[in-house]
Design a protein around this ligand. Structure first.
Ligand code: BG6
Length: 297
């Protein structure tokens, strides 16, 4: 049975799929959003006009301990695989989950706030457990604060509850819904240095990014707005507490090898991830916090 947190025209409902998978549905006069408790994973964000902003794979699983393919997976406390040094390119440790454990952990709904009819705020939290300490030996509190309005605002706050500093890399791994990959370009990264994960080389961006093959890159020194220009709309992404951005499209061959993707899935999505990755890793001292923020509109 759905549980209603509100009687006003803003609705925040706690819902369950038939398999027990829980999520929060938010509806206000600007937009609707769905956020799973597993991973605090925003898997739908739609304004009341135009196409959905976030892409969700048709073959996405909503299953315990499996990351949803699409929306905004929270990659934490490492992006990709953990690396010994922020700038080090260490060999993969296959025993640790890719992109960390937060995206498949069960979070708690901590707070809800109907700011006004156009804007709804929800906060999810996650803390260390005996299981997380085995994977990553640090005590922490993680909060995901989401504001659903004409703009989707996502803030991921890490607080160190330990008595020694720790290092994190992370990403809000946003999958954007696009008309077709051949129609889009990404502006705002011209002249930025990037690590090309396909050639494993450092390169410099020349002009806008267009997509005609697999792309998997971590850009550094990024502070300004990024524009995702599609045929009939432009999405703007502004990050704070971050100077790295990941741009990824798997193209057809990788799609065939990936879970919850169809061979043609690459045509309708592109990931532009608000990150603290590689040289932008953050060291957080005891009792201190770091917030990674993305504003999407
Ligand atoms: C991107 C990486 O961030 O995430 C890619 O740059 C990776 O290399 C992609 O394939 C998806 O990862 P996953 O673990 O969700 O399949």
């Amino acid at each position: 049975m759905a549980q209603n947190y509100s009687l006003a025209k803003v609705v925040i409902e706690h819902k369950k799929l038939i398999n027990g998978f829980e999520y929060i549905e938010i509806k206000n006069t600007s937009a609707t959003a769905k956020i799973a408790l597993q991973g605090a994973h925003i898997f739908e964000y739609k304004r009341h006009y135009g196409n959905p902003v976030l892409w969700l794979s048709e073959s996405s699983d909503f299953e315990h301990m499996k990351s949803i393919r699409g929306g905004i997976p929270v990659c934490w406390p490492w992006f990709g695989t953990p690396r010994a040094l922020p700038s080090g390119r260490m060999p993969k440790d296959e025993s640790l989950p890719q992109h960390g454990f937060a995206r498949t952990a069960m979070w708690k709904l901590k707070n809800t706030n109907e700011t006004d009819a156009n804007s709804t705020e929800v906060t999810f939290s996650l803390s260390h457990t005996p299981e997380s300490l085995k994977l990553w030996p640090h005590r922490f509190e993680l909060e995901l604060h989401v504001i659903v309005s004409d703009t989707l605002t996502v803030e991921l706050k890490t607080t160190n509850l330990d008595d020694k500093a720790f290092l994190i890399t992370q990403a809000l791994h946003t999958y954007f819904d696009i008309s077709h990959i051949s129609h889009v370009r990404v502006k705002g990264l011209d002249k930025k240095p990037y690590f090309d994960a396909l050639s494993m080389k450092e390169k410099i961006q020349d002009g806008d990014i267009i997509f005609n093959r697999e792309i998997d890159r971590v850009y550094q020194d990024v502070y300004g707005k990024i524009l995702l220009i599609d045929k009939n709309r432009t999405i703007k992404i502004q990050n704070e507490g971050s100077s790295s951005v990941v741009v990824w499209n798997p193209w057809v061959d990788k799609c065939k090898r990936m879970s919850a993707m169809k061979p043609s899935s690459y045509e309708g999505m592109v990931c532009i991830e608000s990150a603290n990755a590689f040289d932008d890793a953050r060291i957080i001292k005891p009792n201190e916090s770091h917030t990674l923020k993305a504003m999407i509109n």
